[in-house]
Design a protein around this ligand. Sequence first.
Ligand code: PLP
Length: 312
Amino acid sequence: MNSPTPDPADALRPRLPSPLRPVADERFERHGVRLLLKRDDLIHPDLPGNKWRKLAPNLRAARGRTVLTFGGAYSNHLRATAAAGRLLGFPTVGVVRGDELADRPLNPSLSRCAADGMRLLFADRTSYRAKHEPAVLARFTADAGAAAGTDPQDVYVVPEGGSNALAARGCAELGAELRDDPEGVSVAAVACGTGGTLAGLAAGLGPGRRALGVAVLRGGFLGGEVRGLQRAAFGGPAGDWSLEERFHFGGYARATPALDAFAADFEDRHGLPVERLYVAKLLYALSTLAAEGAFPRGTALAAVITGRPDAP
Ligand SMILES: *Cc1c(COP(=O)(O)O)cnc(C)c1O
């Protein structure tokens, strides 16, 4: 018997709008900048931050079908998708980058996915990179159907990192929450992986405000990704946004002692658990930019806290 598919927006009971809280930090105040933390990490315990905002509209579109998606061995997006599958009762399949992982015990992140019922398929790096090509995607979709015991026609594909047009539209809500907040945010900053969150944030902020994206990967491809996502989601450029690509610290999941020290100090000062892959680089970038005088005096600067550290 089929029960109606619950609307994920209701069934997952997200905490929205997420809280926006000022923090007193003299490294910003000295330069006339008011720092606020947009606590998207508090939206949902299992689908924190932008992962909820990006997945919710996709889960609505999937209508309970098997969801196939992609990620690295420590992907927050894979974990969020697996958790949503458990909570809402739909099948999930994750294609993981790196076929060498198939012969090893699962790391804690992938163990969590498996415990939530996600079927894991391990792809060699060449196929993984080619996952957008129709023939390769068709093979993954067929494999996912077989793994989940469903017809490949009933497999709904969510791209790596969860970023597509629906996701960018979901993240426009983040911009709209900031736009409508009486704190009078003038600049909103977010750490970027695939750029889906920035694409939506900028669109939702509306005129007179700007979005700033801090890249945590190296490579200089992000601007093109954000433009492409905005074209797909909004039909063209939307909102005022720019990128900072100086703060990747060597690349994804790379860090330096200075970054670690900064993050630990921020936790001590403000009691905010600082997620290290994205949020630490965002906050470090913002404090450096403030010191460089990049923000006019009187700026109300919202830092979007997109996630929190993993529970031990
Ligand atoms: C996934 C993720 C991001 C990056 O979001 P994109 O939309 O891919 O740019 C930022 N912060 C955290 C904590 C994330 O998990």
